[in-house]
Ligand binder design. Structure first.
Ligand code: HEM
Length: 457
């Protein structure tokens, strides 16, 4: 029987035989947290990978963990043995977003919500949003081009927030939009601050703003129910859901998932867009080529008279490769966290129950074996599809990004309008990275935008 059990569960080994992976657990209590947060995190991961190999242990943020820098390791945790690992976030962050948000869950509840998100963000649904995304993009670009210096990342956050609102509510009246925006902004500011109940602190203000968001969402839901609207957007899908027993979702479940999607959508897309602007600015020849690709579409659309079509957004090969290479190069989600729910064996090493497991996407995206000269920005490398499981900017497996199509769509739309009708220059120091917590260019990439003079020929 024990042999049978072992055969059925090849990932389990008797504890006495297992050994932990190599690596350092750092100082008592703090582990290696200081080393991780006082230096470029990429240096932290890469030096350890060089020293210990592709599987190593560490101790960060109060937790023992195993880091996996190989494609096989990431696949093991996220895909083939995903049932042995659960998502894990600090309690304070879970509370801030809302404990019923899908990414904290595993199993039936996660599947159910994920299906609702996926159908709201499917290509068939988001293609209808193109004109609205275009108008959000154009008004953002117009507002940046008054000659003053903008913080590109902050402005991109407003853009990705507005697109997030579109994908959740379709058209939302401006009063509600403004209220959501103001309170979400306070939540966002407190999200990464020290969790405390002391009034006046960023965290405490964020908790209060999060409660107000629930009230606002409740009013929006009420209004929708009164009007009897049966929309197909994410809110509509959440409201219309009924299982075979006739049960519906609670208002908290609805609110937590709406805030969860906004949260997943905003900083991620905004940081990638900021990087794209930097990479294009740093390579004027590439920028000209992207511009030529987009101008052809612009002209075909009567110089922007007609809206972009879905087919056009699917046929921007160079721009698309720039997006893929930016996702690889910046690897804004450098890694993700899971927690082992049982003792697991991987490659002869023990991953003890309760330990965190970190697939290191960035190390994989910067491995010269898969991406030669990984520090060089070269979109042409994507003329050939990357080897399977080597490119995971949107994660992998059951928790992989549910918004990757809309993220790519909004980036293509913004770039289209930006390069055809606007110019920009980066102001001040152009190098350096800031972590907040995603990597963004130094000071959010201060830049000046202006409108391209109209050519009347
Ligand atoms: C370029 C922008 C984006 C990047 C790089 C990105 C990346 C990711 C990654 C790596 C994950 C998986 C995390 C993990 O496994 O722990 C994820 C999950 C998720 N993303 Fe995105 N994302 C982006 C934009 C968006 C947008 C625009 C939306 C929604 C409108 C979105 C919605 C989600 C959701 C709902 C999940 C959780 C899925 C689940 O747990 O089942 N993301 N994203």
């Amino acid at each position: 029987y024990p042999l049978l059990k072992k055969m059925r569960r090849p990932w389990r080994i008797p504890k006495q035989r297992a050994k932990l992976p190599p690596g350092s657990m750092g100082w008592p209590f703090v582990g290696e947290t200081l080393q991780l947060y006082t230096q470029d995190p990429n240096v932290f991961f890469v030096t350890r990978q060089k020293r210990y190999g592709e599987v190593f242990k560490s101790h960060i943020l109060g937790c023992p963990c195993v880091m996996l820098a190989s494609t096989e390791g990431a696949r093991f945790v996220l895909v083939t043995h995903a049932q042995l690992f659960k998502p894990t976030y600090p309690k304070s962050k879970e509370k801030m977003i809302g404990p019923s948000a899908l990414f904290f869950h595993q199993g039936n509840y996660h599947n159910l919500i994920r299906k609702l998100v996926q159908s709201s963000l499917s290509p068939d649904t988001i293609r209808k949003l193109i004109p609205s995304i275009e108008s959000v993009a154009i008004s953002a670009l117009e507002s940046w081009s008054s000659g003053h210096i903008i913080n590109t990342f902050h402005e991109m956050k407003k853009f990705s927030f507005d697109v997030g609102i579109l994908s959740i509510f379709g058209h939302l009246n401006s009063n509600f939009r403004q209220m959501l925006n103001n309170n979400y902004h306070i939540v966002d500011k407190g999200y990464n601050s020290f969790p405390t109940k002391i009034p006046g602190t960023a965290y405490h203000k964020a908790v209060s703003a999060r409660k107000r968001l629930n009230q606002i969402l409740s009013e929006i839901i009420c209004e929708r129910k009164e009007k009897g609207l049966l929309e197909k957007d994410f809110l509509g899908n959440l409201l219309n859901f009924k299982n075979e027993k006739g049960e519906i979702l609670t208002e908290d479940q609805i609110a937590d998932n709406i805030i969860g999607v906004l949260f997943a959508a905003q900083d991620t897309t905004a940081s990638v867009l900021t990087w794209i602007l930097k990479y294009l600015h740093d390579d004027q020849k590439l920028l000209e080529a992207v511009k030529a690709e987009q101008m052809a579409i612009y002209e075909a659309n009567g110089r922007g008279e007609k809206p972009l079509t879905w087919a056009q957004t699917r046929n921007m090969p160079l721009t698309y490769r720039v997006i893929l290479e930016s996702l690889r190069m910046a690897s804004i989600i450098s890694f993700t966290f899971r927690e082992a729910i049982v003792d697991v064996e991987y490659h002869g090493y023990l991953i003890p129950k309760g330990w965190k497991v970190l697939p290191l996407f960035r190390n994989i995206h910067h491995n010269p074996e898969f991406f030669p000269n990984p520090r060089i920005f070269d979109p042409s490398r994507f003329e050939v599809a990357p080897k399977p499981n080597t490119f995971m900017p949107f994660g992998n497996g059951v928790h992989a990004c549910a918004g990757n199509e809309i993220a790519k769509l909004e980036m293509l739309v913004l770039i289209h309008h930006q390069v055809t009708r606007f110019r920009w220059e980066v102001v001040g120091s152009q190098n350096g990275i800031q972590y907040g917590p995603f990597p963004v260019p130094h000071q959010g990439l201060p830049a000046r935008f202006w409108k391209e003079p109209v050519n009347l020929e």
